[in-house]
Design a binder for this molecule. Sequence first.
Ligand code: AHG
Ligand code: MN
Ligand code: MN
Length: 329
Amino acid sequence: MEDSRIAMPIGTALDRFIKSRQEAFAFATGELSQLLRDIALSGKVVNRDINRAGLINLAGVTGTQNTGGEDQKELDILANIRFSRALTKGGEVCAIISEEEEEIIEVNNNSSYIIAIDPLDGSSNIDVNVSIGTIFSIYRRISEVGTPVTEADVLQPGKNQVAAGYILYGSSTMLVFTTGMGVNGFTYDPTLGEYFLSHTNMQIPDGGKIYSVNEGSYHSFTDGVKNYIEDCRDNGFSGRYIGSLVADFHRNLLKGGIYIYPSTAANPTGKLRLVYECNTLAFIAEQAGGLATDGVNRIMDIIPTDIHQRAPFFIGSKEMVERAKEMIG
Ligand code: AHG
Ligand code: MN
Ligand code: MN
């Protein structure tokens, strides 16, 4: 088997990269490769929608709420349609879990993969022209192909992920993903309509000087979390908080830092979703040499009991996440 950590040259097109790595995937049937292509393609479509949102009246609210009671934006709904349509038609997926859908979408019993997706992350930033993203996790089903999807299939712990990634719609659009053999980042060239390898074998610095947390909720943090934030301040670290998890995580991945969304009065079990936000980024962080916990436990060891459950989240540079755990535990 090829060692996929051997860097491919910068500028390699995504399709070529996926093809050359196919044999290194856990199950080299080509289905996972195709699934990644479907996601990348849907990302291009959503990227186009986002770029035109202000012009074609897509930036507003719909007046409806999602599974967590949060206001849905036009683009939340549209992104959900774009991704679920591509994933449904692609034929590689047996079930989809989406932030925007209360129930599991059962697709094709003859397919092997389950996908969990936050179609649009950071939706409060849509109408103010700030970076947003898409987050996805891919699991292999446990039950036999050809039978209906089971609860055990969709409630797998994060450590079972076969691939995970995000698309960041930022000053440039990037696709960052892992199949369990390191993390690679691709930058989208809108003039060519193609993603190109721009960040090979990404590694998060062990230590960092950035902490990212919504300090507006400071008063409802536990003493342990408050102490850790004090510790960051005492060390002269910079506070940076965009309010789009993908964008905050991406910056910290490149520069070193910690992102924290602890339990608060408004969100006693944290705000972020275990299955399609925390686990996804946890897999990427660990593959990049970082860590992700709920303050105490490794995120990817938690067995979900609900597809939409939330978890407190501490993710980023190893030394920072360990220090936070020490002060909280
Ligand atoms: P989503 O837009 O998918 O609902 O996610 C929003 C999340 C996450 O992106 C962000 O980090 C966090 O909510 C911000 O929450 P606060 O506004 O409470 O800080
Ligand atoms: Mn989100
Ligand atoms: Mn979302």
